[in-house]
Design a protein around this ligand. Structure first.
Ligand SMILES: C[S@@+](CC[C@H](N)C(=O)[O-])C[C@H]1O[C@@H](n2cnc3c(N)ncnc32)[C@H](O)[C@@H]1O
Length: 316
């Protein structure tokens, strides 16, 4: 695996964005040569997955560390399994298949032209490619180097200008105040970050007044049910109000995967507490004819309980 590439010089980004001084995050871009196109260099990571699953506290550093390494280890499998459903340049908000081209949660058609957009937890940056096609100027940020290598792989395969990518933790955004006109995230970073109130404040800091922040997460009600696509996923077995994180850990008790739960009310308070106005809360219905499962998301459950919540907010 190539060493972490050089930090991104501000000028290298589409619109110079002076870095926030004092940031500890290393912003970098994956270095991928054309001949790496067909097959990404093998990931050289020891297989730590499938640890014990528990509910226990997990702080910011432990959660980010686990996220970075889990997504580095699982990026290939994730893109293999979901790449076709996501498309290379579509903006798909969720396993229900809600497509931004129809939903227009970011703004009316034509309104994205020229906007400086930040995609948080971008993965292979499919949404950023869609934003670029609308005339926006996206930056795709993710904590996982491997996910961003997949963004490079897709760009090299398509030719043309690659999406600008930055490797960083969403909890510490390496951008100056008021750098963006729009921020968005499709199941990226928010479910995996221990201090989402701080994350909302960071997004608020890098946005200009009036800018939209739109993000999709697992619908909080799903935390009361086993994450199973079948009938066993239809019986509530846990308290919706239990915010104890879900942690997978190795023999030494070190977290290898962490997910954090917030109730709907918690999310609304995080947003308003950070200075956002909530414009809408979208709970996509499971479309007729949509038979594709995605983990615990399935037609059986999708037709009975919501699987996704999309928060549409505006910076005050
Ligand atoms: C479910 S994937 C979604 C990726 C992409 N938005 C998509 O729809 O395919 C979650 C993404 O969030 C990223 N992520 C997790 N924790 C993060 C953090 N603290 N900061 C930035 N990105 C993070 C992961 O690396 C992963 O790429």
């Amino acid at each position: 695996m190539p060493a972490l590439a050089r930090p991104v010089a501000a000028a290298a980004l589409p619109h110079p964005i002076p870095y926030a001084t004092g940031t500890t995050t290393l912003a970098t871009t994956p270095d991928l040569q054309p001949d790496d196109l067909d097959d990404l260099p093998p990931a050289d990571l020891d297989d730590e997955d499938d640890g014990d699953a528990v509910r226990r506290t997990a702080g910011l550093a432990e959660s980010s560390h686990a996220s970075r390494h889990w997504w580095d280890r699982n990026a290939d499998e994730y893109q293999d399994e979901h790449g076709e459903f996501l498309g290379d340049d579509r903006f798909v908000w969720c396993p229900e298949g809600l497509d931004e081209a129809e939903a227009r949660l970011l703004g009316p058609a034509g309104s994205l032209k020229g906007l400086a957009a930040l995609e948080i937890g971008a993965g292979a940056a499919q949404c950023s490619r869609w934003l670029a096609a609308q005339g926006a100027r996206p930056v795709a940020l993710d904590i996982s180097f491997r996910q961003l290598q997949h963004a490079r792989r897709i760009d090299l395969g398509r030719g043309g200008d690659p999406v600008h990518v930055v490797q960083a933790d969403a909890a510490v955004l390496p951008f100056a105040d008021g750098s963006f006109d729009l921020a968005c995230s499709a199941y990226g970073a928010v479910p995996f970050s221990a201090d989402t109130a701080a994350l909302m404040r960071e997004v608020h800091r890098v946005l200009r007044p009036g800018a939209r922040w739109v993000f999709s997460v697992t619908h909080p009600i799903r935390w009361a049910f086993p994450d199973e696509p079948g009938p066993e996923g239809l019986t509530a077995t846990a308290s919706y109000f239990d915010r104890t994180p879900y942690v997978e850990q190795d023999e030494q008790g070190r977290a290898t995967y962490v997910e954090h739960h917030r109730t709907l009310g918690d999310r609304v308070r995080e947003l308003t507490g950070a200075g956002f106005r909530l414009l809408d809360l979208v709970e996509p219905e499971w479309p007729d004819g949509h038979e594709q499962e995605w983990g615990g998301w399935s037609p059986l459950r999708g037709r009975l309980i919501p699987g996704t919540a999309v928060f549409v907010a505006e910076r005050g």
